[in-house]
Design a binder for this molecule. Sequence first.
Ligand SMILES: Cc1ncc(COP(=O)(O)O)c(C=O)c1O
Length: 475
Amino acid sequence: MARTRATLGVDLHLEASGPRLRRGLTDALREAVRGGRLPPGTRLPSSRSLAADLGVARNTVADAYADLVAEGWLTARQGSGTRVADRTVVPPAAGATSGRPAPRGPAHDLRPGTPDLSSFPRAEWLRAARRALAAAPSEALGYGDPRGRPELRTALAGYLARVRGVRADPGRIVVCAGFAHGLRLLCAALRGRGARTVAVESYGLDEHWRLLTGAGLTTAALPFDERGTDTGRLTDAGAVLLTPAHQFPMGVPLHPDRRAAAVDWARRTGGLVLEDDYDGEFRYDRQPVGALQGLDPDHVVYLGTASKSLAPGLRLGWMVLPAGLVGEVTAAKGEMDTSGVLDQLTLAEFIASGAYDRHVRAARTRYRRRRDALVAALAVRAPAIRVTGIAAGLHAVLRLPPGTVGPVLRAAAHQGLALDALTPRYRHADAVAEPLDALVVGYGTPPDHAWSGALEALCAVLPFGENGSGIPFPG
Ligand SMILES: Cc1ncc(COP(=O)(O)O)c(C=O)c1O
């Protein structure tokens, strides 16, 4: 039996059938409550009327209601009928078809990749959204330009020129759903041009390498040393993917000679430099390293994202393209495949009003304090560890004594501390450099109130004194 019952404002679609009707009805009602289809306080139809509607004996419904009252899902009161109980009441009896408890995350999370989401500027964002929507013409709510809203492309052009030294013309900007989406679109354009190989850095994100290979391109890793990725070794690739301002995850800026070598290579061969500027705004001790794109906008694609500066859940990114590539990338994107217009307009207003600058400035100050606290704590608690890649960004690389990464990770897991090792997720299979014993620590991730606890948990699993000797690890 599958029926929809509308009584007292309740649409109750129940599927209960077979010889064990009472059990089936009880299960169906319990699922409707548990799944939220029947919210707390909902008044259920009388047993008489539900029975009539379902074509079953009134007692069957009355017994099912009684079972659920006994389990705490429903309440029955003289005069007010049978209602869905508040959630806080009795949990389902053991053995009933109980849902699994929601999995609990780690107590502390120091993996790289996510900024402090609790510091998302909600009030400012809401204000910008209100202003943007009030000012938006009706046509803005249509399918629109596949490159993205002109308001956002104009705001980005001004911001990127001012802050990152990008030579940006709104007509060459394409809004996308984050860096990964932009890279996917570029892969399609590269394939269309007959490219087969994309050179990548020895260290990076395996998600991005998989994205390239998934698009039918081969990846080849360039060597890496203290001056960054060796772009002098570029040969016949169709493009090279680089993180010039802040190598991910090693943290060094690309040496000026190597920036020049990348651009020379692109000019010589017609190849493209894909510049991933994922956290270029967060540089602490010196002026930010300007975008490579400023050296040659006709051979460098600049890719930016709101994932570090605001939140990855926004899924907002942008590309500044060489003029000749705009058509191909837009075609790959398709006419309607664009990020939500309201978020685009909000970001445009957020940037134009100066709220983005203020937010980035405040976030930079907060992250710099965390970075300083991390470096200071490790200097005292684990002086044998070298901390590198700390001039910028939201993560640091901690070089550990050889052979100790495994025990540290096990100790961390034991303490509920989520940590990432440098390998293998971040090291390309073709990398020629020696694998490093290191952790990639994302100090941007915890909310402010949890930061000192996370730092303490980290220090507790890094028992390395002056000479690198370890205290026995727990677990
Ligand atoms: C190296 C690198 N590039 C880009 C991104 C941003 O990716 P997306 O914009 O797709 O969220 C990240 C985020 O973790 C990153 O680490």
